[in-house]
Design a protein around this ligand. Structure first.
Ligand code: CS2
Length: 483
């Protein structure tokens, strides 16, 4: 079967939407750090829609911070790829917005040139929670190896913040024009945190002038991003082939639903994302908080409890009646009371929608994928809810269950050795998993980058988590879920 590329694009089977704009005339106006599945499922299609509307300024240059895998897979395809939408009806669409992908360690000069180019008006990022190198308080972690390296002002930075500082330094020097830097990761206050990190790094480099200039000039809006995007597998490659009639080395799949809420702080000259479905809001926090706590919090709960129960996918976990009922109660009775509704966000129907999406039978979303990097995800997804619930004097019995489940899951995976636990804290977790079972919850609670001290020291929390851990470890899952 021929491979998807510019030359074969016209052969794409009918019924599959494809770029009909002149790809040769598309300019690069966006630099994206982390061109993995989520970017290609979520932001890139939005830029593709802008191009389809005739605004040819918004081609994307992807920048991988570490690996060259995306570049190598997409280069022979002229950066085209298939996006498969999984719903009652399965649809495919070919996305033409990517114009280049650079592997930063191999092409540092090209990355900086792109960042400094006056045509570049937006930088977007999906570098995952750990890519921000933050302390638990949300500040740049100057002790992080990549950050410490970048503080030396290298010509080839290693951290996302390092690239941004150097890019902004060049834009300032050449008066390249306003830039919007848009974090699209699942962090609370993602834009503000990124702005603070970039400014802190400029200061750590001894460039106070640049730091003040960034504070005054660059725009880092907060955002909420949402679309369930399971990792690419062979079944998807086969589906893409069947629908398009072409081979694609790296197709992407997602649910049909997609949402992008962007704080009304974009710099002049930014792409008109509202015209392609993004919501622009004065305050993104209520949306972001609701999404992170309800959707991602429930996802992580399904992942850790579900994997301990021997389940594999989200849809399968939602067919497990006690687990599904537990997660629904957790969302409605424990998480929702910590959130505030806002215009365009009705919490009860928002929860209904999320539960429906989790049940989508067309999607095989692996719990193991969601379980990655728990040490980075837990604070954002669950621990804020726990702290607010304790402060309000409400019980936290149910909320302690996913926390205990993460600990037990991580301890078991770590004990299995090798790469079984995907988490930046895997070495520390491996050590504490060697302690006797009864001592393990306390060992986890001492992980200061995960648990804020005040929370770890609160006996209401430590007792509840220890109890959940014990129940789960002795296979009393039903008892734990009945908490
Ligand atoms: C998931 C998210 O893998 C995970 O941790 O919870 O990727 C989730 O699917 C997205 O945030 C949905 O927008």
């Amino acid at each position: 079967m021929p491979r998807l590329c510019d030359r074969t694009l016209a052969q794409v089977r009918t019924g599959v939407e494809r770029p009909t704009y002149d790809r040769g005339a598309v300019e690069i106006g966006v630099v994206h750090f982390g061109p993995g599945a989520f970017h290609r499922a979520h932001q890139a299609p939005a830029f593709d829609a802008l191009l389809a509307r005739g605004d040819r300024r918004w081609g994307v240059c992807g920048v991988s911070l570490h690996s060259a895998a995306v570049r190598d897979a997409l280069a022979p395809q002229d950066w085209l790829y298939t996006l498969v939408e999984l719903d009652a009806e399965i649809r495919a669409r070919v996305i033409g917005a990517m114009k280049a992908v650079l592997a930063a360690p191999q092409s540092p000069a090209a990355v900086l040139q792109r960042l400094a180019d006056p045509r570049t008006r937006m930088v977007t990022l999906t570098v995952t929670e750990k890519g921000y190198c933050l302390t638990p308080a949300g500040d740049l972690n100057l002790a992080h190896a990549d950050v410490a390296f970048d503080a030396g002002r290298p010509s080839a930075p290693r951290s996302a913040a390092g690239w941004l500082v150097e890019g902004l330094r060049r834009r300032r020097a050449t008066a390249a024009g306003p830039l919007s830097v848009v974090s699209c990761d699942n962090l609370t206050d993602n834009g503000r945190k990124l702005a603070r990190a970039v400014v802190a790094l400029a200061r750590a480099q001894g460039d106070g002038d640049l730091a003040s200039w960034i504070e005054a000039e660059a725009r880092f809006p907060n955002t909420m991003v949402d679309s369930i995007t399971p990792a690419t597998d062979d079944a998807l490659r086969e589906t893409a082939r069947r629908l398009t009639g072409l081979d694609d080395a790296w197709p992407i799949q997602r649910e049909r639903f997609t949402q992008w809420v962007i704080e009304d702080r974009l710099a002049p000259g930014a792409p008109d994302l509202a015209s392609v479905g993004a919501q622009i809001a004065a305050d993104v926090r209520p949306f972001e908080q609701a999404k992170l706590r309800l959707l991602n919090g429930a996802h992580s709960t399904l992942a850790y409890v579900g994997l301990l129960a021997g389940l594999t996918t989200v849809a399968e976990a939602m067919c497990d009646a006690p687990l599904a009922a537990f997660v629904e109660r957790l969302m409605r009775e424990d998480i929702a009371p910590t959130l505030r509704a806002t215009r365009g966000l009705d919490l009860a129907s928002y929860i209904d929608g999320i539960l429906d999406r989790f049940r989508n039978p067309a999607i095989r979303h692996q719990l193991a994928q969601i379980a990655w990097d728990g040490s980075q995800k837990l604070p954002v997804r669950l621990l804020g809810t726990v702290a607010d619930t304790l402060a309000a004097g409400r019980p936290i019995g149910r909320l302690a269950v996913p926390v205990g489940a993460w600990m037990l899951f991580a301890a078991r995976r770590a004990a299995a050795g090798g790469e079984a636990l995907v988490d930046p804290l895997a070495p520390a977790i491996r050590t504490l998993a060697m302690a006797p079972l009864a001592a393990q919850p306390a060992g986890f609670l001492a992980l200061e980058t995960v648990f804020p001290r005040a929370l770890a020291a609160d006996p209401r929390f430590s007792d509840a988590v220890t109890e959940a851990y014990r129940a789960l470890a002795s296979d009393r899952l039903a008892a734990a879920l009945a908490a």
